[in-house]
Structure formats: C-alpha cells, structure tokens
Design a protein around this ligand. Structure first.
Ligand SMILES: *Cc1c(COP(=O)(O)O)cnc(C)c1O
Length: 227
C-alpha cells in the first residue's frame, strides 16, 4: 500500500502546477496511509469526519502521541460539513476549515478559537453545483457574511478564501462554468481582504478547476485509492 501511495502522490504533485497546493484527502483511510503520504512529501491532509480527524491527530500529531516531531509541518484540514457542536473537538489543532457555510458556525469557531488563544483559518463554502445535496452559501449570503467580517465580527477567525464543489457530471463545460463562477466571486471579494486560497477541484475534476483558477485542490482517491 505504502509504495503505491507515495508513487501516486508524486504523480499528482508533478502534474498539479507548482503554485497550487494539494490537500491529500485521507478520509476513511488508516493512519498508515497518512504516514505514507507524509513520507512522500504531502503536508496537508483532509478529513470530513470530526471523530476521524481527532483520532488521526491523536495518533500522529498530538503532543501526547509521542511522535509529533516525526510529523512536523503536518496540517489537518476539515473539508466536510462541520456541525457547530463538533467545533470544540478540532479547535485546538485544526489547520484549515474548508466548509463554513453559515454565520452561526463562524460564531462558534470564533468562540472556540478565542478559548484556545488561536486564530483559526477558514474558507467560506459557496453553493455552485446544480445539486440540492451540496451545501454552501449563495452569493447573496456571501455578501452578508463579508460585510460582517469587514465590520470586525469574528476576530479569532481568519477567512482566507472560498471553497466549492462542482456538480458530479460528465459535462466538463458545466463543471467549468461552475468553477469559473466561483473564481469570479473570489476575484470580487478576495483582493481587498488579502485572501489567498480558492479551494476547488477533486480527483475527478481538478484539471478543470486548475484551468479555472483554483489555488488548492483536494485529492483523495487519486492518491489513496478507491474508498
Ligand atoms: C472526499 C472529498 C474530496 C476528495 O474526493 P476524491 O474524489 O476522492 O478526490 C474532496 N473534497 C471533499 C469536500 C470531499 O469530501
């Protein structure tokens, strides 16, 4: 298993342009898969379940794991939908929360970040897909949140950019339209606020996402194999 992960990581990393960060999405895979990814050079790992994220942190990077020196620079990304009542479990260590889609979640992240004397980096998730199952803010809701951010709400939250998931379809043109729309929102709001991250693209659509201006791709199965 380890050899394949290292090889696939190297292939993906070589193909993704240098300025685009690759988040290795290790959800459902064992701790050993994260170790193999780290050994191959991956530094950001994405998980979508809080319990699994906490378990892997405790195994590898928690101060009491006995191993944190071995995994220096490893950053844990919460990429999936996050419930308010689970923020407290990841607040001490999470490196980036990708899927913030409501003001109430910002309230909670701010409160927990403050309690740990941290500033937690987050991305705001936009609803760009033609599917009701995908979460995210509308562009009007984004305007409302940005206004409140500019007014100084949530001082312990560091909004760094936007995230979105395109429709799961064979229609590359549609996927490109959705990613381009997200890039336009990023260009509208980001420059004045110092944003630096546009998280879009997964194993099946990252090439389109990069062509549309992604700065961070979230790649799972193409590195770790089928789930
Ligand atoms: C699972 C997941 C990914 C990675 O998906 P792959 O198709 O395996 O690359 C990316 N982003 C989110 C939000 C996910 O939940």
């Amino acid at each position: 298993m380890d050899g394949m992960i290292g090889q696939r990581w190297a292939e993906v990393r070589a193909e993704v342009p240098a300025g685009v960060e690759v988040v290795a999405v290790s959800k459902t895979k064992p701790v050993e898969a994260v170790e193999a990814g780290y050994a191959a050079g991956a530094r950001s790992f994405g998980e979508n379940r809080v319990q699994e994220l906490v378990n892997k942190h405790e195994a590898l990077t928690h101060p009491e794991s006995g191993r944190p020196e071995a995994f220096q620079g490893l950053s844990w990304h919460q990429i999936g939908t996050l419930q308010k009542n689970k923020v407290k479990y990841i607040a001490p260590f999470v490196g980036l929360i990708h899927a913030v889609d409501q003001a109430g979640l910002l309230d909670e992240i701010n409160k927990r970040a403050q309690a740990h004397d941290r500033h937690i980096p987050v991305l705001l998730q936009l609803h760009i897909a033609q599917e009701s199952s995908k979460f995210g803010l509308s562009s009007a809701e984004l305007d409302g949140i940005v206004e409140r951010l500019d007014a100084g709400e949530w001082p312990h939250v560091q909004v760094q950019g936007l995230m979105g998931m395109a429709t799961f379809t064979e229609d590359d043109m549609q996927v490109a339209r959705e990613f381009t729309g997200l890039r336009a929102l990023y260009d509208q709001h980001g420059p004045a606020r110092g944003w630096n991250t546009l998280s879009m693209g997964m194993s099946g659509d990252w090439r389109i996402a990069v062509d549309c201006g992604s700065t961070m791709v979230r790649i799972g199965s193409a590195i770790f194999g089928k789930r």
